[in-house]
Design a protein around this ligand. Structure first.
Ligand code: SAM
Length: 231
């Protein structure tokens, strides 16, 4: 994979970046996503933020190699600290991390979210937690997409600030309001796999010398939710 040959997962993230956007890609690694967006003239400007020196240097190298320094700035920074007011960022992309880490990054600097028109997020795990954070911070989910690649199933979540308060049900938080609605073959595949994994977890809990009663109840409820959605 490189900027000219993005993975299916990052291509899906890229599709949700509006034409002419000013993007901050947080946890950019090689900077492939902003570089691809710049090469296809989809964005006006980008910041490629990275907290680790090695990947940051990779991004610097990629940007120089592709002659994109006039469009993309690589910054060594923790999360949203990569963004300055003068960047006039309107879109943030965060891909390839756990939902908990994405949530922490968004939570750490609420002031950096002022003026943001769109978040394009691709958590590897922990999607319900991220959706809960979005709901509690009035970012409404506008689109979702599931992507299967190399034996993994990823979710892409697109959210925009809402002026009206809204709530999601436990089904929408767990499965995704749009994904639930689409009920695609890849959605069924993901949740059938999760059902089998979580059944094993429940069995192990029940076989413990001191079965954790509260956790077992929680697990049974979770399994019930999955079965209901798959039925
Ligand atoms: N976004 C790319 C993608 O989806 O292919 C790279 C994903 S890579 C698995 C995650 C990257 O996020 C790593 O390069 C890591 O150093 C970076 N990262 C983790 N925590 C971060 C933080 N708080 N701020 C900026 N970058 C971070």
């Amino acid at each position: 994979m490189d900027a000219q040959n993005l993975s299916h997962r990052l291509k899906t993230v890229a599709k949700f970046v509006p034409q002419g956007a000013r993007v901050a890609d947080i946890g950019s690694d090689h900077g492939y996503l902003p570089a691809a967006l710049a090469l296809q003239k989809q964005i006006e400007y980008a910041v490629a933020g990275e907290v680790v020196k090695g990947p940051y240097e990779n991004a610097v190298h990629e940007i120089q190699k592709l002659n994109l320094a006039n469009v993309i700035q690589a910054r060594l920074a923790d999360g949203l600290e990569a963004i300055d007011d003068s960047d006039r960022i309107d879109t943030i992309t965060i891909a390839g991390m756990g939902g908990a880490l994405i949530t922490q990054i968004l939570e750490a600097h609420p002031e950096k979210l002022n003026g943001i028109k769109r978040l394009v997020l691709q958590p590897n795990i922990g999607e319900p937690r991220l959706r809960t954070w979005l709901m509690n911070h009035q970012f409404q989910i506008m689109a979702e997409k599931m992507v299967a690649e190399d034996g993994h199933i990823y979710e892409v979540i697109v959210a925009e600030p809402s002026i009206v308060p809204f709530r999601y049900s436990k089904y929408e938080l767990t499965f995704g309001p749009f994904l639930l609605e689409q009920h695609s073959p890849v959605f069924i595949e993901k949740w059938q796999g999760e059902l089998q994994r979580q059944k094993t977890v429940l069995q192990q809990m029940n076989q413990a010398s001191k079965p954790p009663v509260a956790k077992i109840k929680q697990q049974e409820e979770y399994l019930g939710l999955i079965k209901e959605v798959l039925s």
